[in-house]
Design a protein around this ligand. Structure first.
Ligand SMILES: Cc1cc2nc3c(=O)[nH]c(=O)nc-3n(C[C@H](O)[C@H](O)[C@H](O)COP(=O)(O)OP(=O)(O)OC[C@H]3O[C@@H](n4cnc5c(N)ncnc54)[C@H](O)[C@@H]3O)c2cc1C
Ligand code: FES
Length: 294
């Protein structure tokens, strides 16, 4: 699988509500090689106070000039790699300062992402694909949703955040999914409460249908989603966002417990993931890495 460690230029770093940013990078070698669900390791150059790269889902890839990647795209024309991020600490604060023309260290694309050969057949067996996103977890789901839309699968997005400012990226999903169910904890937009509640209602109402669930978000939301998938007997893919050191399988800092024994009981989110079938993960043992810090 092609992976490149390059210095690339910032095209635009667009501020969005709630401390979110849409960062567009000119990455002509990396963008055409991206598969849905893969991620990038990002480093703002010239900042010795932030040593480790920060992992970010690849939100979208576009052709030069901002044209959307469509079904009859020439992959070689794709050169813009987009990241959707939220400021949570030092690394993301530095990323928020990036301006057009600044240089960024970009290691990408990483991880195996959503294995087409596994999830497309499961999508074919389903009446509808349900995407379940919590907050910035939405960033991992646009590319698979676009791929499924190109293959004309019916899709529905369940998207929850604390406030309405957490519900970023909705416009990009509008042309891709047939329905969207939003939820905020304070009720400012959509259903009031956790997004897993309307998801549960939907699954309860449609027990005769087959769904494939694809989820990314905070660990509590992921676990609730996985529980629902198990209760209603639907397959579920989760994109994990554990803390990472190297991003390329060397430090083992992102390891999670999976079904199996001996050395097979652990897998690295950065290389074997970040996407896993939910029933493969040992959720009780799952922790967020080994506490990597810089
Ligand atoms: C595969 C993958 C994809 C990701 N995709 C995105 C994305 O598309 N957009 C985005 O904004 N973020 C994404 N993240 C999370 C992002 O990497 C972290 O928010 C970032 O590294 C934090 O760096 P920082 O220096 O700003 O914060 P730090 O100073 O390192 O930490 C600040 C706070 O954030 C918490 N934190 C740090 N990393 C994580 C994490 N991985 N998960 C949960 N909490 C964390 C810390 O515990 C701490 O409370 C992804 C993570 C992974 C592993
Ligand atoms: S982050 Fe180093 S092995 Fe995964």
């Amino acid at each position: 699988m092609a992976m490149f460690d390059e210095t690339v230029s910032v095209i635009e770093n667009r501020p969005l509500p709630g401390g979110h940013f849409l960062l567009s990078l000119d990455a002509p070698r990396q963008a055409p090689n991206v598969r849905p669900g893969q991620f990038a390791m990002v480093r703002a150059l010239g900042r010795s106070d932030v040593l480790l790269r920060r992992p970010m889902s690849i939100f979208d890839v576009q052709a030069h000039g901002g044209g959307r990647a469509g079904s009859n795209r020439k992959e070689s024309a794709l050169r813009i790699l987009q990241l959707l991020f939220k400021i949570v600490g030092r690394g993301t604060r530095v990323m928020a300062d990036l301006k057009s023309g600044d240089k960024v260290g970009l290691l990408a694309p990483l991880g195996h992402g959503f294995f087409e050969e596994e999830y497309l057949p499961r999508a074919h067996e389903s009446d509808e694909v349900l995407h379940v996103a919590g907050g910035i977890g939405i960033a991992a789901l646009l590319l698979p949703a676009k791929q499924l839309a190109e293959a004309r699968f019916k899709q529905r997005l369940f998207f929850g955040g604390r406030t309405k400012d957490d519900l970023v990226g909705i416009n990009e999903f509008k042309p891709v999914v047939s329905a969207m169910l939003l939820a905020t904890e304070n009720g400012a937009m959509g259903y009031r409460g956790y997004v897993t509640r309307p998801l549960e209602d939907y699954l309860t109402k449609h027990t005769n249908k087959k769904f494939l669930l694809m989820a990314c978000g905070p660990s509590a939301m992921l676990r609730a989603t996985v529980e629902l998938a198990k209760r209603f007997r639907h397959p579920c893919l989760v994109s994990m966002e554990n803390r990472m050191g190297c991003g390329v399988g060397v430090c083992l800092g992102c390891s999670i417990r999976v079904q199996g024994s001996g050395h097979e009981a652990y897998q690295r989110v950065c290389t074997e993931g970040p996407v896993f079938w939910s029933d493969k993960i040992v959720w009780d043992a799952e922790s967020s890495g080994l506490g990597i810090r810089d």
